[in-house]
Design a protein around this ligand. Structure first.
Ligand code: DC
Length: 229
């Protein structure tokens, strides 16, 4: 039997910059549950590949890298923020860069990399529950989730959100560049053969283009009341 099978999981899948990260964090906070940011794992594989000068399409070298990824999540004593250490080095900032997201989308095309990360993702399933954010959470990683959400938003709205997010962090980007990158990443994530970005048949689809963050969380909260009782 798969470990933690009786522990409830809510999956939140969707394209890049659809608000999954923020919504996942807020919903998990309300529920008092754990979080899996599966995109971070693909981003870490991409960073590790760059660090070791491994090409992003070299499946043979990327598989062991993904399987033995040396990662630690620590809490910064001063800020209370989560710090990500890759092979002992603080990569928290590098991880959020657009280039890293793009690199991640490339390594994520490789079936052996996805397979190598499966057990690591499932290990996040701990009591009292897990909210898992990604592309294939509801279809592949947690097909038995109690509630599956598929978030969407128009490309323009997603580019605008990502622009504000990155600008706030002081990372240099342009709207034009973001629109192109998001469109390219969407196409790659949707069209790949291995676990493509697609809504699970039993997922609830929600277009967030016209909704505030609080409105989205409230809707998901209502869905939770039905699914968890
Ligand atoms: O969610 P994110 O932007 O951090 O994800 C970065 C890339 O990783 C994304 O473009 C595709 C890949 N990814 C994936 O293939 N499957 C997941 N479950 C999560 C992310």
């Amino acid at each position: 039997m798969t470990p933690g099978k009786n522990i409830p999981v809510i999956t939140i899948d969707g394209p890049t910059a659809s608000g999954k990260g923020t919504i996942t964090r807020l919903l998990a906070q309300r529920l008092g549950w754990h979080i899996l940011d599966s995109g971070a794992l693909y981003r870490l594989v991409a960073l590790a590949a760059r660090k070791h000068s491994i090409s992003l399409d070299d499946a043979e070298s990327l598989q062991p890298l993904a399987a033995h990824l040396d990662v630690e999540f620590a809490v910064d004593k001063d800020s209370g923020e989560i710090v990500t250490l890759l092979e002992g080095e603080d990569v928290t900032q590098d991880l959020r860069a657009e280039t890293c997201g793009n690199d991640a989308s490339q390594v994520a095309q490789i079936p052996a990399v996805r397979e190598a990360l499966l057990a690591r993702q499932r290990a996040f399933r701990e009591a009292p529950g897990l909210v898992a954010d990604g592309r294939d959470m509801g279809t592949v990683v947690f097909p038995d989730a109690v509630l599956k959400i598929f978030l969407t938003a128009s490309t323009e709205e997603r580019a605008r959100r990502r622009y504000n997010q990155l600008k706030d962090k002081g990372l240099g980007v342009t709207m034009r560049g973001l629109l192109d990158e998001i469109a390219e990443r969407d196409a790659r994530d949707r069209e790949r053969a291995a676990s493509p970005l697609v809504a699970a048949e039993d997922a609830v689809q929600l277009d967030t283009s016209e909704l505030t963050i609080d409105e989205v969380v409230d809707r998901l909260w209502s869905l939770c009341q039905v699914s968890l009782h």
